[in-house]
Design a protein around this ligand. Structure first.
Ligand code: PLP
Length: 386
């Protein structure tokens, strides 16, 4: 299936097209333009929409009491607010704070908490080639902390599609006291149980443009008692938790997009279709390349990271592009210089190999028929390199 610009779009992890129901709603034009903080009738109507989206989100994600909902502009803002804010708040106490993250986390996690002028320790959790960690080692590190700890887990890695098993959180919470934030951005529609959230986690963050809502919208669930500190100061919108006029239209689109996803999604089928593409690519590559993380215990339904030894990712990307397919590279390319993917390096790949992988991230609604069609387009490119 092609997009309206006649391209094959395999970059859903970067951003997804608007969902059909959001497009239909926008085409109808029945918008809520009034400021929900205004006390006139139209403002109250907008506020009603915000409240009803809030109720929907709690129900949709099976979270009852004990959590607050924060609307923001997307996951980068949500993550900065929750992680930087908590580090800042806790480090004001005498004891300081320990922050744990993974080198494979999104730059929104790694960079927002780097080089802060606070009393905190920055602890990196080591990742292995399957994108997992040694849980007992992490538990020992946490047990040794003599000050409050905040830990970030990324549920689904955006470059590899590897799922971090949230069930480990139970073990961690049983043994140590710490605040846990989950970057859940890539989970929606790509993990079988994405709606079933654990109330053991202290905060979750999501981004609307990753699942068909209007870009510039996102939300976080934040447990009562989490060391919350507002990042965006301004008016007292959202009970003073985030200044700035609330984006009613974008927030409304979150509910519309999630409802459509829930009605249409079949994660198991999409996963099978993805596996079909991936197995065929593996066969074509033989020993000349690998699918990154293929042996990981848990993987999502839409992401394939292909590493072909000895070739540069930007060269591969150009070939896909010329053949009408939008794919992405984890390795950043600036001023003509290709940088190695930090995610792959963190997983133990060397510099050269970390410059040789491309990511295909399909629609979460991928079908077997789509997969067959896509494979006929992908095969000639892979064959050129192996
Ligand atoms: N976290 C993960 C895992 C992501 O994939 C992304 C975006 O790619 C972000 C955070 C940042 O999201 P946003 O674009 O909404 O700021």
């Amino acid at each position: 299936m092609k997009l309206t610009n006649n391209r094959y779009y395999f970059d859903y992890n970067a951003t997804s097209p608007l969902s059909n129901s959001v497009i239909e709603w926008l085409a109808r034009g029945d918008f809520f333009y009034a400021n929900p903080s205004s006390i006139h009738t139209s403002g109250k109507e907008s506020q009603k929409i915000i409240n009803s989206v809030g109720h929907f989100l709690f129900k949709h994600f099976h979270l009852n009491g004990g959590f607050n909902l924060l609307f923001h502009s997307g996951a980068t803002e949500g993550i900065n607010t929750l992680l930087k804010g908590a580090i800042s708040k806790l480090s004001k106490r005498e004891s300081g704070v320990d922050f744990f993250y993974w080198g494979t986390d999104h730059s929104a996690v790694v960079n927002s908490c780097k080089n802060l002028n606070y009393n905190y320790r920055f602890n990196k959790i080591d990742s292995n080639k399957n994108g997992s960690c040694d849980l007992s080692k992490l538990l020992k590190q946490l047990e040794k902390c003599d000050q409050p700890a905040i830990v970030n887990f990324t549920w689904v890695n955006n470059e590899t599609g590897i799922i971090w098993p949230l069930k480990y959180i139970e073990e961690i919470k049983k043994k140590v006291e710490c605040f846990i934030h989950v970057d859940a951005v890539q989970s929606i529609g790509k993990v079988e149980n994405y709606r079933q959230l654990s109330s053991l986690v202290d905060a979750y963050t999501y981004s609307g443009h990753k699942f068909g809502a209007i870009p510039g919208s996102g939300f976080s669930f934040v447990k009562e008692g989490y060391p919350y500190q507002s990042l965006i100061e301004g008016g007292d919108q959202q009970e003073g938790n985030r200044g700035g006029t609330i984006n009613t239209m974008a927030i409304h689109s979150l509910e519309i997009a999630l409802k459509e996803m829930n009605e249409k999604i079949d994660v198991k089928d999409a996963k099978k279709a993805k596996r079909f593409i991936e197995d065929e690519i593996s066969k074509l590559m033989g020993s000349k390349g690998i699918i990154v993380g293929k042996d990981a215990d848990y993987r999502n339904s839409n992401t394939i990271n292909i590493l072909i030894y000895g070739f540069k990712a930007d060269q591969l990307l150009m070939d896909f592009d010329l053949a009408g397919m939008d794919v992405s590279i984890g390795s950043a390319c600036s001023s003509g210089l290709l940088k190695a993917s930090s995610v792959l390096q963190e997983m133990g790949y060397n510099q050269e190999d970390s410059k040789s992988s491309i990511r295909l991230s399909f629609s979460p609604y991928l079908t077997y028929k789509d997969a067959q069609e896509y494979l006929t387009k992908i095969t000639p490119i892979i064959k050129k390199y192996v």
